[in-house]
Design a protein around this ligand. Sequence first.
Ligand code: NAD
Ligand code: DAU
Length: 370
Amino acid sequence: MKTYIITGGAGFIGANFVKYMLATYHDVQLIVLDALTYAGNLGTIAKDVDGKRCIFVKGDICDSSLVTGLFEKYPVEVVVNFAAESHVDRSIENPRLFLETNILGTQNLMEVARKFWAVGKDDKGYPSWKKGVRFHQVSTDEVYGSLGATGYFTETTPLDPHSPYSASKTSADLIIKAYMETYKFPATITRCSNNYGPYHFPEKLIPLIIKNILEGKKLPVYGDGKNVRDWLYVEDHCKAIDQVVRFGRAGEIYNVGGHNEKQNIEIVKLTIDTIRHLMETEPAYRKVLKTDLSNVSYDLITYVTDRLGHDQRYAIDPTKMKNELNWAPETSFETGIIRTIRWYLENQAWVDEVTSGDYQKYYEKMYSNR
Ligand code: NAD
Ligand code: DAU
C-alpha cells in the first residue's frame, strides 16, 4: 500500500486524478487535502471518499501544522500538488491570493516533506531520502509565456510568465528547482497545456460556453477569438502524472500536451454545433435546454474586451514524455469534446451545485462591463 497526499483533489483535475487512481490501483491510499475554495466541491468525490482507501481532509496547504499532522498520522510517500488558485482572470483581479496559495503553499508542503523524508546525509552533506518518496508538482505551460504563429514549448524554453497566475506557478517551479538543487529533494514537475473534461468549473472557457448555450446567454469571446490553446483530455493528463510519479526521474521536468491546437472561436463554434446536433438527434437532451433550440446558433457569439496581457498561443512539444515514459494522449479532440458535452448535459445537477455560491456575482462582475 502506497500512501499519497493529493492536494486540490476536490477540484477539476485533482478529482479526475483521484478517480483515475482508485479505478486503476488497489494498493494506493489517497489522503485528499483540499481547502474547498469556490473551485473545490466535496460532492465531486463524495462517492470516492470511503475513509479507508480515500480519506478527505479539509484544510489549507499553507497550514504547516495541519500538513505536519498528516505526515505524522499517515506513512506518506508521495505528494501530488494540484492545489492552486487556477483561473487567470481571477489572478488579474486579486494577485495576492495566488502568491499565497501557489507559491507559499507549495513551499510549505515541500518543507514538511523534507523533514519527514530525509533519513541522513551522504558524504557531501546532501540529505539522503527515504526510498520511494516523491513530490510532484502539477505545473502549467503558461510558465513559458506566449508563442507566435509557429514553434512549441519544450522543457528548455525560457520561463517568461505574463499573468499573476502564471508568475505564481513559475515561482513555485523555481522554488522546487531550488529544493532539487540545494537538497537533491526528490521532486518532479509536469507542465501541461489546457485540460478539458468532466468536473471543469464553469468559469473556464469550455464549461462556461456549454452553460451559457443551454441558458441562451451570450458567449463571451475575448478579443478577436484567435488566441490558440493546446487542448488535452483530462484523463490523459492524469495518466501522464501517474506515469511521471512512478517512472519519471527525480529532478526532471516533463511537458504534457496533445498536439491539439485550436483557436478559441473554433472551440466556441464546435461546441454550439455539437450541442445543436445532440439536441436534434437525441431529443431527450432537450429537457436541459433553458432556451428555444433555434437560439442555439452562432448568433450567441459576442466578442468582448480582451483579457489584459492575453497570451496569444500555447503549444506543447511532448516528445520527452513519449521518449522517456512512453506516454501519448489517447483521446482525440473529436471524441473528448463530445464525451465532455454529453457529461455536462447529463450532469446539470453538478453544475447547479458548484454554481450555487457566489458564481452569479462573479459572472456579473467579470462580464457585465466587457
Ligand atoms: P481548480 O481550480 O479546478 O481546483 C483547485 C483545487 O485546489 C480546488 O479544489 C480548491 O479548493 C483547491 N485549493 C485552492 N487553494 C487551496 C489551498 N490553499 N489549500 C488547499 N486546497 C486549495 O484547478 P484545476 O484546473 O483542477 O488545476 C489543478 C492544478 O493543475 C493547478 O495547480 C493548475 O495550476 C494546474 N494546471 C491546470 C490546467 C488546466 O487546464 N486546468 C492545466 C495545466 C496545469
Ligand atoms: O494552459 C494551461 C492553463 O489553462 C492552466 O494553467 C490554467 O489553470 C487554466 O485555467 C487554463 O488557462 P486559460 O486562461 O488558457 O484557460 P481559460 O479557460 O480561462 O481560457 C481559455 C481561452 O479562452 C483563453 O484564451 C481566454 C479565452 N476565454 C476565456 C473565457 C473564460 C474567452 O474568450 N472567454 C471566456 O469567457
